[in-house]
Design a protein around this ligand. Structure first.
Ligand code: CP
Length: 306
């Protein structure tokens, strides 16, 4: 049985297979409408979510399966002190696959060690968000036609941003990827991302603070939200939250074929006036997320279309 806890749990070959399958599903979704008939997905969300939970649920429903679960810890027996280990042992009696989001880093990993069914990490604290990464990769592949040889700017909260950490890990396997890490000094990417991921891969990177001065060199701009829920101190959050606001003026400095990604939700970091720019790919990105989660569920349940 295979779980997906960290983006590096997938070999590059497996990643390629999932992206290729997602591409097939996008072309002919009706061909896949019954592949998971009789199967159940449990969504165990101990932390709020709109996209990830509903995307998983929509993905399973479109594959002909069913969904069950909870969307907040307060409506589960976690409030009575039940451990994550016991919860997945129990839910594994009801469901064939589990997607879990948890505020504690490592909780889905722990769950996978006790679960009788595959566990997918749907986001653990500031650590990893591997299915957002699959979404991001499918978006880049579909919009740019390749996963190699581009300059990507990651902008905003690079310290706590689990989507950034997972995406950098996944992209470090592709040649010619150049990272421009744009953040205030307080929200720089953790050291291990540089020393254990980017440098061993031999990829180029720069750490900068200005979006304006760097936007013109980017093929992809990955904007992120400064996350109030990860700050210990409200005053620090208020001071840093509007450091970067992508607006129409800054978009005039960007390349005509640069695409903008954002895992969403956004707050102020992308002005609404940018939404109608054809380079704004962040709502298309949400749709790619459903298809890639369909492909992932099929892969983990070892299902193939007829
Ligand atoms: N991108 C993402 O994880 O969004 P949600 O928090 O709404 O799931």
């Amino acid at each position: 049985m295979q779980h997906l806890i960290d983006p590096m749990d997938l070999t590059q070959e497996e990643l390629g297979e999932i992206l290729a399958l997602a591409g097939e599903i996008m072309k002919e979704p009706e061909k896949f409408s019954e592949v998971c008939k009789g199967k159940k997905l449990a969504t165990l969300f101990y932390e709020p979510s709109t996209r990830t939970r509903l995307s998983f649920e929509s993905a399973m429903l479109e594959l002909g399966g069913s969904v069950l679960g909870f969307s907040e810890a307060s409506s589960s027996s976690a409030t009575k002190g039940e451990s994550v280990e016991d919860t997945v042992r129990v839910v594994g009696c009801f469901a064939d696959i589990i997607a879990m989001r948890h505020p504690n880093e490592g909780a889905p990993k722990l769950a996978s060690m006790f679960s009788p069914v595959p566990v997918i990490n749907a986001g653990d604290g500031g650590h990893n968000h591997p299915t957002q990464t699959l979404t991001d990769l499918l978006t880049i592949l579909s919009e740019k036609g390749r996963l190699e040889g581009f300059t990507i700017g990651l902008c905003g909260d690079l310290k706590f941003g689990r989507t950034v950490h997972s995406l950098v890990k996944a992209l470090s396997r592709y040649t010619g990827v150049r990272f421009v890490l744009i953040s205030p000094p307080e929200l720089k990417v953790p050291d291990y991302i540089i020393t254990e991921v980017i440098e061993p891969a031999g990829l180029e990177y720069t750490e900068v603070t200005s979006l304006e001065e760097n936007i013109g060199q980017l093929d992809i701009l990955y904007m992120t939200r400064v996350q109030r829920e990860r700050f210990f101190n409200e005053a620090d959050y208020v001071r840093l939250k509007d450091t970067y606001i992508l607006d129409e003026k800054k978009m005039r400095m960007a390349r005509p074929d640069m695409i903008i990604l954002h895992p969403l939700p956004r707050v102020n970091e992308i002005a609404a006036g940018v939404d109608n720019d054809p380079r704004a790919a962040y709502f298309r990105q949400v749709r790619y997320g459903k298809y890639v989660r369909m492909a992932l569920i099929m892969k983990l349940l070892e299902k193939a279309a007829e």
